[in-house]
Design a protein around this ligand. Structure first.
Ligand SMILES: Nc1ncnc2c1ncn2[C@@H]1O[C@H](COP(=O)(O)OP(=O)(O)OP(=O)(O)O)[C@@H](O)[C@H]1O
Ligand SMILES: O=C(O)C1=C[C@@H](O)[C@@H](O)[C@H](O)C1
Ligand SMILES: [Mg+2]
Length: 182
């Protein structure tokens, strides 16, 4: 059994793979006998609550309104346990919501280089308003420079540039079940 932590919280830049890896972590936990772990994607919850896509929220209501929704959704989700949470790339800057969510949680930083993140986002077709300008790589570098010190406060860091989603998930499951340490 995984003892104390109630949540496994994935943090990192857009393109790190938080939304992709989260459900795989739940599936692998289940296969390892850790049943009933759910997956929550904060960005998807925000879209459901707003009834709009994230690009629509940014375009019609602005970034401040998006952050307000993100904070509210994070607070709601932090009431649940036994969940894997994919956060948004900028969630780490919401100090109080972060502290609340990370109480009795394992935070895992999916560390991606801006170059790999930019390539993945472009292959996926965009959808990130903050990275959608003329120079996505430069924007990702800027965001990383501002946020990395916060991401690095996580208990664990996984460098994901050369790992498949399944490899990242098994690494996280091993960390959570105490089979490896970093
Ligand atoms: N380890 C990986 N190897 C190759 N491609 C990956 C990997 N992880 C994710 N991807 C791909 O990168 C793209 C972005 O992944 P994903 O949406 O999971 O990132 P994210 O961290 O959730 O980003 P955001 O913060 O914007 O929500 C997707 O197309 C996904 O399939
Ligand atoms: O890096 C960011 O600030 C963001 C990342 C995405 O996950 C979304 O939460 C949104 O596009 C903002
Ligand atoms: Mg995501």
């Amino acid at each position: 059994m995984i003892p104390a932590p109630e949540r496994i919280v994935l943090v990192g830049l857009s393109g790190a793979g938080k939304s992709t890896v989260g459900p795989l972590v739940c599936a692998q936990l289940d296969a390892a006998g850790e049943h009933d772990w759910g997956f929550v994607d904060l960005d998807a919850e925000i879209e459901a609550k707003a009834g709009r896509t994230i690009p629509e929220i940014f375009a019609r209501q602005g970034e401040a309104a998006f952050r307000k929704l993100e904070r509210a959704v994070s607070r709601e989700v932090a009431a649940s346990g036994r969940i894997v949470v994919a956060t948004g790339g900028g969630w780490i800057e919401l100090k109080d919501a972060v502290a609340e969510m990370l109480h009795r949680s394992i935070a895992v930083y999916l560390q991606v280089s801006p170059e790999v993140a930019a390539a993945r986002i472009s292959a996926q077709g965009g959808g990130r308003p903050l990275v959608g300008g003329p120079n996505p790589l430069e924007k990702l570098r800027e965001l990383l420079a501002r946020r990395e010190r916060l991401y690095l406060q996580s208990q664990h860091t996984v460098s994901v540039d050369s790992m498949s989603p399944d490899e990242v998930a098994s690494y996280i499951v091993a960390l959570a079940t105490g089979r490896t340490r970093n």
